[in-house]
Design a protein. Structure first.
Length: 256
């Protein structure tokens, strides 16, 4: 990053072609956008890093309504997911680490589209949302999924793994992922796993402790992810908006 929260020219060049054009296509009617994509993305990064409401966005990034409108459009077009995919085209797939982290849900995230599938759950610590992630052998994120904070990690392991081509990879996870169903899925897709058995397992398997230490990469990614206040605490009512901010933070991490 160059100025705090802002993309340098070099970082911008790595992903500038992934955004929709600011100007009407040739032969199409319309007027050019008032704000360029780089300024809008820097405004989104400012919100992500500071956790502030949209209305508090500094004027140097443009009107908050314009920045929010572009954020919403890019979210709907899955631009952030496409940028992450483009930045991870040379991912190290030898060892893939899977894990989750919990984020507190602010009271402002209540309401909105109240559906039974909203990724908010109540635990001893209050309302939480879990972010499930798979990182590659370099610690770069390649897959994301949200769930309620009171749901077990194993419930979402297979849906998360389905987002990635795991053939030939070694899946690293803690004891939360040692369910037979998960291990069978990994083997069925021609991958291997380094997951410790439960202590009360009557038929424990051998664990490669040296390889298992590589799982720290996913923990390091979570530590970086929570530098971003809009991720550290969930302020967004919609799962799609919160996940978009998770991806915005991941893009910034990948570009550093």
């Amino acid at each position: 990053m160059g100025q705090r929260h802002e993309l340098t020219q070099q970082e911008w060049e790595r992903n500038r072609n992934m955004y929709p054009s600011e100007h009407p296509m040739e032969g199409k009617r319309g007027r050019p956008a008032k704000y360029d994509n780089r300024g809008i993305m820097n405004g989104i990064l400012w919100i992500a890093r500071n956790g502030a409401p949209w209305r508090e966005l500094p004027e140097r990034y443009g009107k908050w309504q314009a920045v929010y409108a572009r954020f919403r459009k890019w979210k709907q077009l899955e631009i952030f997911a496409d940028i992450i995919a483009s930045l991870c085209t040379d991912a190290d797939m030898e060892n893939l680490s899977i894990d989750s982290t919990s984020c507190k849900v602010h009271q402002s995230a209540n309401g909105g589209e109240k559906t039974k599938n909203k990724a908010v759950g109540i635990s001893k610590g209050g309302r939480n949302t879990k972010i499930h992630v798979i990182v590659d052998g370099l610690g770069n994120p390649i897959s994301f999924l949200l769930s309620a904070g009171n749901e077990h990690d194993s419930k979402h392991a297979i849906p998360l793994l389905k987002q990635v081509e795991v053939k030939g990879s070694n899946i690293l996870g803690d004891r939360a992922y040692n369910a037979k169903e998960i291990r069978d899925y990994i083997i069925a897709h021609q991958a291997s796993y380094t997951i410790p058995p439960k202590k009360n397992n009557p038929n424990p398997w051998t664990l490669d402790s040296h390889t298992y230490k590589e799982r720290h990469l996913v923990e390091c990614f979570f530590q970086k992810l929570k530098w971003f206040r809009r991720v550290f605490t969930r302020y967004d009512k919609l799962d799609s908006s919160f996940l978009a901010f998770v991806m915005v933070a991941a893009i910034a991490i990948l570009l550093i």
